[in-house]
Design a protein around this ligand. Structure first.
Ligand code: MG
Length: 132
């Protein structure tokens, strides 16, 4: 696995489901990532606001208090360039388009496999490093 880009990166996991949250934490711990967690959309906005050095946000769509779309829209107001990846259980084309038109950089479909997540993160970090 290609983990060099991931080492030391700060990633915010936004997930309201306890076992999914534990699973993602376990994968990213092994990749030597610095992990922050939020359990709803409002908490995600607050954590993003208070931690300007976050590199990537893994944003669940269905969240209590504020959903992933609204949270991402909020975060984009003060973090134009942060990588935000949607995690969604829905693989339908309409949802993909909605996600990509809602301020997310990318999406990953649940259930999330370790290899897919690592590749998705590396791809987006590599893309972010390239000069615009
Ligand atoms: Mg959820």
């Amino acid at each position: 696995m290609e983990n060099d880009l991931l080492t030391g990166k700060k990633i915010l996991i936004v997930e309201d489901d306890f076992s999914s949250k534990l699973y993602l934490n376990k994968i990213l711990e092994k990749a030597n990532v610095i992990i922050l967690n939020a359990g709803d959309g409002q908490e995600a906005v607050d954590v993003a606001f208070n931690n300007p050095d976050i590199d990537v946000i893994l944003m669940d769509i269905q969240l209590p208090i504020m959903d992933g779309y609204a949270a991402t829209k909020n975060i984009r107001e003060f973090r134009k360039n942060i990588i935000i990846i949607a995690q969604t259980a829905y693989g339908f084309l309409a949802d993909k388009e909605k996600i990509l038109n809602s301020g997310f950089n990318d999406y990953i479909i649940k259930p999330i496999l370790t290899q897919n997540l690592i590749e998705k993160l590396n791809t987006n970090l590599r893309r972010a490093k390239q000069p615009k």
